[in-house]
Write a protein that binds this ligand. Structure first.
Ligand code: SAM
Ligand code: DTB
Ligand code: SF4
Length: 334
């Protein structure tokens, strides 16, 4: 049978039953099969799952601020803030003053953000820094914004202190598959990350956990990354899917970029396997066309970072984002 006959007589169909059941028993085979679906079938399935729980016109909007930049002791190959990658040219700074952070949060709220995410280039926070960090959480909440922090590894006690200050979300990514992980980071293990995630979960903080696509990993690594996320004891409430920002001076600056449609597939498979989670189209939008971003939304992404900067790298201008949402007939989630 030639391909045309096969396509005409027995097209691969998306599996139909129980589209949006929450499952934690996904196998790698299940996830591989989703990645392998013909693109229209994959997008149809992702849309169907998406619409069972979300309004497809709505996008949640978060703004990011780096409250402590550069000089990080970890060696994450993608990251311009690692002290191991001086050539990336990010200067090490101190933890920002609480008032300066609150002024930025106020501006983000006025610009339409509903969540304010604060990031620090730390392996893990020092206990003495947590007083200021907790004051930031309290102040940002008082402005009426949801709060998110990403500070590296946490102990159980630190997670509880953050919860007591009112922290809504903690971001800590698995980044990639367990087997590719060691090619990217050597200074902490996959298990370290899983331990932090369980401390955050156990403290009652919402989990934001995802990864990066385009680091030179294989399809099977993307399968493994989604598998790790979708088989966590509870799905992360928020799943950021980052497209690698290739920063000059980092070891991954010259990696061959991933195919755009493969990135869209990863979003769709995350949506299907974690039906109740917000899937965030995270880093990498600056380099994406409007059409590419539209495909990501159609594949089930329903959250973005909004504002001219991520942590150290550029993000689209707010005007461009508002125009894009307007052209798509989409609106920020209240
Ligand atoms: N230092 C903390 C940590 O690593 O847990 C928090 C900040 S760290 C910058 C947060 C996440 O940003 C990383 O886990 C990674 O997934 C993402 N990230 C960092 N650099 C990136 C890049 N160049 N492109 C895409 N994502 C990136
Ligand atoms: C996440 O997954 N992506 C954001 C957020 N969590 C903290 C960070 C992206 C950083 C991109 C590189 C930079 O701007 O330094
Ligand atoms: Fe440090 Fe986080 Fe960057 Fe890794 S990703 S080098 S831990 S700031």
């Amino acid at each position: 049978m030639d391909d045309r006959t096969r396509l005409a007589s027995e097209p691969a169909r998306a599996p139909l039953p129980q589209a949006a059941t929450i499952r934690h028993d996904w196998t790698r085979e299940d996830i591989r099969a989703l990645f392998d679906l013909p693109f229209p079938e994959l997008i149809f399935l992702a849309q169907r799952v998406h619409r069972e729980r979300f309004d497809p016109r709505e996008v949640q909007i978060s703004t990011l601020l780096s409250v402590k930049t550069g000089g990080c002791s970890e060696d994450c190959g993608y990251c311009p803030q690692s002290a191991h990658h001086h050539e990336a040219g990010v200067k090490a700074g101190k933890l920002m003053e609480v008032d300066a952070v609150l002024a930025e949060a106020k501006a983000a709220k006025d610009a339409g953000a509903s969540r304010f995410c604060m990031g620090a280039a730390w392996r893990s926070p020092k206990d003495r820094d947590l007083d200021d960090i907790c004051a930031m959480v309290e102040g940002v909440r008082e402005l009426g914004l949801e709060t998110c922090m990403t500070l590296g590894m946490l102990t159980k006690d630190q997670a509880h202190r953050l919860k007591d200050s009112g922290l809504d979300y903690y971001n800590h990514n698995l980044d990639t598959s367990p087997e590719f992980y060691g090619n990217i980071i050597t200074t902490r293990t996959y298990q370290d990350r899983l331990d932090t995630l369980s401390h955050v979960r156990e403290a009652g903080i919402n989990v934001c956990c995802g990864g990066i696509v385009g680091m030179g990993e294989t399809r099977e690594d993307r399968v493994g990354m989604v598998h790790s996320l979708a088989t966590l004891p509870e799905h992360p409430e928020s799943v950021p899917i980052n497209l690698l920002v290739q920063v000059e001076g980092t070891p991954l600056a010259k990696v061959v970029p991933v195919d755009g449609l493969e990135f869209v597939r990863t979003i769709a498979v995350a949506r299907i396997t974690m039906p109740a989670s917000m899937v965030r189209l995270s880093a990498g939008r600056e380099e994406m066309s409007d059409e590419m971003q539209a495909l990501c939304f159609v594949a089930g992404a329903n959250s973005i970072f909004y504002g001219t900067k991520l942590l150290t790298t550029p993000n689209p201008e707010p005007d461009r984002d508002m125009l894009l949402l307007h052209k798509l007939g989409m609106t920020p989630m209240k």
